[in-house]
Design a protein around this ligand. Structure first.
Ligand SMILES: [Zn+2]
Length: 376
């Protein structure tokens, strides 16, 4: 829930037109950094003890820094209204200072469900979010962290029953994919509630700009309290399906993650993965240091997790009908969150680690300190 949708297609257009378009030279100078990405990928492949520390929940952090939560376009406000761009950059930098090795662009909420129905506007706004992210990681021309281009659910978060038809979803995802392309190292499809939603992103990535948007992809699923996808699908069924679909579409799927749900739900999903050895072949580093098998004929992924600090969300929740922010739990301070992460990382082969809504820089800093100790 970096952001949430509302069926309100009548929203503005004027407010969206003042985002400056970027010169091609600016885009080139801020281009993604393949060396840093290769460095991290090789490191992660070398040992399950290696981890990549992601950021926390950018949307909630923006509100803490003064961006108003309008309950309509949510964190997209910080991109639509240029006066908040500095705050977005500041929040990205606060995560890097806390130890994040990758930050996530604030583009999650720029979706049709929140009223962003003009594809060119979506491209321009997601481009602005990408540019801010790239600027935040750049010091003296050198990238200090990876930039993940966030792609959120197109209509509503957590609602597998409200996703678009395949062709419509593919078309809508092509705009943010193109907008983010010059600035990001990987795409991150977040809070996906079913396999089909993730397949729409894969298809869009394969076809956007005639197949020219060739960054690797991370797909992150949100889970119900029972450890299944919000759609009710089993994670052990979903993982092979998306990997095969990405292979078929010639899309480089680098990781499968779980996000924006309770950490307890992720722990349940990890146990299901651990007890199903058939899917070990899809993982670079399966649970408990077991081998992924040499007879594998498939691509492999890294596994990741970034839970939220929210209380359990009602299955019928929508941004459109919500009147107040979802309450936060008070039992997940940094050291308590680390206990979950420690289990996932040490036992379950989880290497891509971060936090979602309500997980801030203090949590990331705690994870960094503990991961450094535990990985030695
Ligand atoms: Zn979230």
């Amino acid at each position: 829930m970096r952001s949430r949708g509302v069926i309100a297609f009548a929203l503005r257009s004027n407010a969206l037109t003042n985002i400056r378009s970027l010169s091609s030279s600016t885009q080139r100078s801020m281009a993604a950094n393949n060396d840093l990405l290769s460095f991290h990928i090789n490191r992660l492949k070398s040992s399950p003890k290696q981890s990549l520390l992601l950021d926390g929940g950018t949307g909630e952090e923006l509100f803490l820094h003064g961006v108003p939560d309008d309950r309509k376009i949510w964190s997209a406000t910080a991109i639509v209204q240029e006066e908040y761009h500095d705050i977005v950059e500041k929040v990205h930098r606060s995560f890097i200072e806390a130890g994040s090795q990758a930050i996530t662009t604030n583009s999650y909420g720029i979706i049709p469900g929140a009223g962003f129905i003009d594809g060119e506007e979506v491209k321009r706004l997601t481009g602005a979010a990408g540019e801010i992210g790239r600027r935040a990681v750049t010091n003296d021309g050198t990238a200090t962290a990876l930039v993940l281009g966030s792609l959120g659910p197109l209509v509503e978060s957590y609602r597998a029953d409200l996703i678009m038809k395949h062709e419509d979803g593919v078309r809508c995802y092509q705009y943010p994919i193109e907008g983010l392309y010059p600035y990001v190292d990987l795409y991150l499809a977040e809070t996906m509630s079913c396999t089909e939603e993730a397949c729409q992103v894969i298809d869009a990535l394969a076809t956007a700009k005639g197949g020219d948007c060739k960054h690797p992809l991370l797909i992150s699923f949100t889970l119900s309290g029972d450890g299944k996808l919000r759609s009710g699908e089993l994670v052990v069924d979903c993982i092979p399906k998306v990997i095969k679909f990405a292979d078929q579409k010639n899309v480089e799927l680098t990781g499968i993650l779980f996000n924006c749900c309770e950490p307890e739900a992720i722990s349940i999903a990890m146990k299901k993965i651990e007890s199903n050895t058939k899917i070990y072949q899809y993982m670079h580093h399966p649970p408990r240091g077991t081998s992924s098998g040499s007879n594998s004929v498939t691509s492999k992924v890294f596994i990741g997790a970034y839970a939220n600090k929210l209380t359990a969300v009602d299955p019928n929740w929508t941004m459109a009908t919500s009147t107040a922010a979802q309450p936060m739990r008070d039992d997940l301070p940094p050291n308590e969150y680390w206990k979950f992460v420690k289990g996932w990382h040490n036992a379950d082969g989880v290497q891509l680690i971060g936090g979602c809504c309500g997980i801030g820089p203090a949590h990331i800093s705690c994870l960094r300190d503990n991961l450094m100790l535990s990985d030695k």
